[in-house]
Design a protein around this ligand. Sequence first.
Ligand code: ZN
Length: 418
Amino acid sequence: MILRCFLASLVSLALAAQERPLILKAARLLDVRTGKVASPAQLWIKDGRIQPGAPPAGAETLDLGDRTLLPGLIDCHTHLLIPAGLGELGYLKRSQGALILDGVVNARKVLEAGFTTVRDVGASAGFGDGALRDAIAHGDIPGPRMLVAGPALSITGGHGDLNGFPPHLHTGDEHIVDSPDQARHAVREWRKRGVDLIKVHATGGVLSNHDDPGAPSFSALEFKAIVEEANRRGMDVCAHAHGDAGILEATLAGVRSIEHGSLLSPTTAKEMKARGTFLVPTLYALESIVLPGNPYKVPEGSLAKARAILPLRRAGFKAALEAGVPIAYGTDIGVFEHGQVAADFRFLVSYGMTPLQAIQSATLVAADLLRLGSELGTLEPGRWADLIAVDGDPLKDITTLERVRFVLKNGKVVRQTL
Ligand SMILES: [Zn+2]
């Protein structure tokens, strides 16, 4: 399923085709499929892609020295247009223009941290997420390749609604869906406005008022209408879900991924595995909410919800890991500072993944979730030339991924601090 924005970015890639081939050398290259390290490492790149065979004479050579090469990283759950630390529903206090400018700043931070592709899922400032995606694809501003969802769909009183405020204050009803007909209309409207996928809130959430993260939301008929209509338009659906009942309903409805999945049970995990449903765990986001000193100014009601869920998260993550659910890297940045987009690697490992599994989640598995496995996620010939270089061995010290020294996207150097 090739999406429209990627056709656009392919065109821009062709326009940006390199005149001269580039040879990249480094001490090591991690094969993310096998975990084997090749040493020394050499790749060559032309027209934004990794090329097979030997490089031609006269190619430019860049030697990255004592570094390890890995594929460009992928975050499957970002909010580039939401600045961290604005406090309770703080994005409502910023104009759409300000949020889009926030997105420009955050896109650069995320790219420079080694994330060359993101899936941005919700709160889009009037579909400004698509405008940001297109400006990056056209090479007008630096940032990761983006897939965007536009505003997430929610039930009345759900995680995406504005609860606990006087009735004259509302965010606009366009993202509120309370029937199968409204669901079909919203999906068609979102497609018309250029989104790549649909995001739904299948349960209540943490950073919202008067809703329960454990409680499910859409009816089975509403869910069926959303997923069926999205699939008919060539789009996947991802579902925010904390409580197990909502995770199961979303899984049975056929969503592509469960976001957060905090209270996942072993039984539901087996259902996800059987259906090929991905989990995007966003582990650090919840941890960041309860940091000492409350740096992100989270209101008391949300702090209480986070404290209640946090002790149960390890069991949910373990259930997914043991059932063999494909787990794709996702952070929920916007909840915390965008420059810390690599923070989840540490938590994936401390929650039970091997370092190689954590790296695979942000490369191979994430590319698979995005249905871009033939273009991204490994450093094999034919793939887009997105790669990073880090010091040392990330299999021995996963935190080296938080200090990326070199970033190449579409065959072009976007960061170099060697
Ligand atoms: Zn989120």
